[in-house]
Write a new protein. Sequence first.
Lengths: 427, 309
Amino acid sequence: MPKIDLIIHRATLDGKEVDVFVAKGKIVEIRKSVESLDAGDAKVEEAFGLTLMPSMTDVHVHLREPGYEYKEDVESGLRAAAWGGFSNIMCMANTKPVNDNESVTEMMLEKARKFWPKGPRLFPIGALTKGLSGKELAPMAELAKAGCAAFSNDGVPVKSTKIFRRAVEYASDWDRVVIDHCEDPYMGVAAGVNEGEVSSRLGLPAQPDVAEALQVARDILMAEYLELPIHLAHISCRKSVDLIRFAKDRGVKITAETAPHYLVFTEDYLENEATEYDTNAKVNPPLRTQDDQDAMFEALNDGTIDCLATDHAPHASYEKETEFDVAPCGITGLDTALSTTWQLVKDGKLTKEAFTRAWTTAPCSIFNLPVNTFQSGDPADFFLFDEDEEWTVSRQTLYSKGKNTPLLGTTLKGRVKTHFIQGKKIV
Amino acid sequence: MKWLHKDLLDVSQLSKSEVMAIFETAGRFQELQERPVKKVPTLKGRSVILFFAEPSTRTKTSFDVAGKRLSADTFSLAKSSSSLTKGESLKDTALTLQAMAPDAIVIRHWCSGAARFLAERLDCAVINAGDGRHAHPTQAILDSFTLHQEWGDVAGKTILILGDIAHSRVARSNVIMLNKLGAKVRLCAPRTLMPPAVKSWPVEVYSDLNEAVKNVDAVMCLRLQLERQKDGLLPDLREYARTYGLNQRHVDLANQDVRILHPGPMNRGIEISSDLADCADSLVLDQVSSGVVTRMALLFLYMTRKGEE
């Protein structure tokens, strides 16, 4: 047995009190807890009354650096991730300049190493096309070598099916999965509001659910034809879920994620008396109907939707505090994802298995990232969680620079008390 | 009646009895308009800012006249002269206006929800003079006041709203208002100019104008924005005028004495034939004079609210 250097003492794991033994950043053994422990010279973290949870993975965040550091930067984004329970995060390429060359990728990774040397680990996502223009393929070999874990045109989906096909093919040579933001390029683009009863009454330009589902159908057919994987970002509606279920039944290599805000809010939020036209709920794809939300839960629980991902999209307050039509789309999520989705488990809407799969094993298996399943040899990536601690979402309590969330002012339950990555305490 | 509302954002905020109180107040001001001296000192020393971020002649002039007839000081802030064109945010404009301590702000803005945005941030009364496609409460009030004057009661009447419903704040507010007053509402437009979820509205929906006008008591024509053709919503104006332009043939299918309304400005020969616009049953000019007296009533009710508390 290797020399133990860290012991988590009396933590609650799956309802049982355990001691966790860690050596050289890996889990060695988990035993039924004993009160008096012979720790030798190992560090001991007292965890009585706290829940031990595996660190989570977020495959869809926007860190805004380089170019939009006033919204977020690598340092602040990783801080929010560390306190949010995430050990792995994948950041999108829509920075300025776009992450379509090794210099930008390396700069992101350098910043991460500088500010958060022990983690959370940052995995940049390279642009699928140069400048996200949808016209020419990005240098994916160079980007993969520099450390990009996947490729995506997130935010500006590739209009040309011809280019998209070639991009998926080319990415496969470097063993990288393409992540597609599914949105018809012509219908209600980035409106940030669902087309339906609410948008009709509020008089807002809106995007129908079919705008998403049309691209989902395209991607499914493409993945089947090319026999290559495609990962579908932020799925928001029942129509997409039905198509994905059909594709999976046929054995198509389609995987998908949805975001916590689609589980917590519906379009009705925009019509509530207190929150009518709240730009913090303007998001692309938009918050949809109750039926769509029900479909998200069904799909997460039965595995049709593989992952949860925040689509963390920080903006400056002044950018959101404006006319609805003018405000940018996006909701921040790194700080609040754990509390909100764990609450859904406690409320019986999301199974614990689905929660664990969607935040840990599924994303790590799709993108080939380190994951802790509390088996011997797994990376010692975990956090101690006070399930009962209440906290109010406010400008002060959010670690992200982006305060743009419709959860502002609400009280959530559950806070990360301390977080270890590869056996090292990061916060 | 003690006025409870700080702001007028849409007619959905108002109860039927509040609407009746507005009508009653407007009726009193209407008598005043028949006198040689039309001005009263009711709002002397109070100030109203007319903040129009979108071009408007008739609504702005109507509010200006209404304010001045009540002896309020009115100040105009139009988009061309306002700092909005210099890139100032609506929030900063709002705070600047607040610092000038007006008693009321009348706002017209091209974004749905803009009036609410201002109302949340200002202590003074905010009157929505049209926000994006969302609401135009003072238009709905003057329209139903016009019909109320004409008929004595709007309840039980059938009113057709014809034209670009999808992009119309006038239609949205009128649907709410006319339902509140007990009228039956029909909408007629090509599917491309209907709101996507119009089925959830308390209206009857028609695409055939010849069917839609049968047995109606009034038709409200809406102005067609000429850019709808460019947006791919219409083939061209000629086809629109021939299919959805209101003319004498339609009037003959409606109830006798059908009333014709139009919020203006009219595109003669497109949504309404020129001779209909000028005919005896047209209430277009009555709408304009109703506009002044209902806006006087609104300024009075919203600006004297604090004094009653």
